[in-house]
Design a protein around this ligand. Structure first.
Ligand SMILES: [Zn+2]
Length: 286
């Protein structure tokens, strides 16, 4: 079907009340497994690469393959930059063929966050690329160091500020902090659904949740029914991949076959993707 604009995907999700998975990938095996899972479930999907992984992932060399995979997939695929840090990174991603850009300047004072986000929106919209802004702070660690930092608390998104931010910046979707954390934590985070509803009632753009791993089906259901249209997901994929390799080594301790280990990993990632697609309601929507 092809590489598509991320926002078209999310607007339909909002209308029809489901969430699209934005699965962070770290190599081609992950990308292929994510697409295979989405194809199997006939779901639209977002291939996401996180700036925090760029020490490990060479975006310039990987992106052409991701674009190709997306173009050849029989389902709609968006290619998204997760936690882009500045305008320069956003422009690089756009040149590489990305169809969605997150600009995360949520750590800056409110007015500076608006200014920097608006700059990215102006450039991205000129070439038909969607922009995700962020307001509030989802605690925990992005990427592999995904245990929660002790004593670190999230900064919840304020509903009035979210409305002002969305209007002032022109973002296509907004990442909000309502209690999830990046990475895997013990137990389930407590989500402030009242706050989420109040944000949803004030703004018209689709909402995004970061730290989408480790939640129960019931929590996902409530997030989706209260306006979440994009769920960022990585920590569980990473764990599934590592568990599959650990499992192979324990069953076949003498193995030297990297292709077998990678095949196991691919299958584990695909299964995890498929399970979430069904829970988030986007199976059959492609
Ligand atoms: Zn995030």
């Amino acid at each position: 079907m092809a590489l598509v604009n991320m926002n078209d995907m999310l607007l339909r999700a909002r209308q029809e009340n489901y969430a699209v998975g934005a699965f962070d990938l770290i190599n081609l095996e992950f990308a292929e497994a994510i697409i295979a899972g989405a194809v199997q479930r006939r779901a639209p999907v977002i291939l996401s690469t996180a700036a925090v992984h760029f020490d490990y992932v060479n975006m310039k060399s990987l992106a052409p393959s991701l674009v190709r995979l997306a173009e050849e997939a029989p389902i709609p695929v968006a290619l998204h930059l997760d936690h882009g840090t500045d305008l320069e990174m956003a422009i690089q991603a756009i040149r590489l063929g990305y169809t969605g850009i997150q600009i995360d300047t949520a750590h800056l004072p409110f007015e500076d966050n608006i200014r920097q986000t608006r700059e990215v929106v102006k450039v991205a919209h000129a070439v038909g690329v969607s922009v995700e802004g962020e307001l509030g702070y989802v605690s925990g660690h992005e990427g592999d160091h995904s245990s929660r930092v002790v004593g670190e608390e999230p900064i919840y998104t304020d509903a009035e500020q979210a409305a002002a931010f969305a209007t002032a910046t022109g973002v296509d979707c907004l990442a909000v902090s309502v209690g999830t954390v990046h990475g895997l934590m013990k137990g389930e985070p407590r989500i402030d659904f009242e706050r989420l509803r109040s944000i949803r009632d004030r703004i018209s753009v689709p909402l995004v949740i970061h730290g989408g791993s480790g939640l129960t089906a019931n929590t996902y259901g409530q997030l989706v029914s209260n306006g979440m249209c994009k769920i960022n997901f990585y920590a569980e994929l990473s764990k599934a991949a590592v568990d599959s390799i650990r499992n192979r080594l324990s069953l076949h301790s003498g193995t030297n076959s990297i292709t077998q280990a990678l095949a196991d990993m691919r299958s584990a990632v695909q299964q995890s993707v498929e399970r979430k697609i069904e829970i988030w309601g986007c199976g059959g929507k492609a």
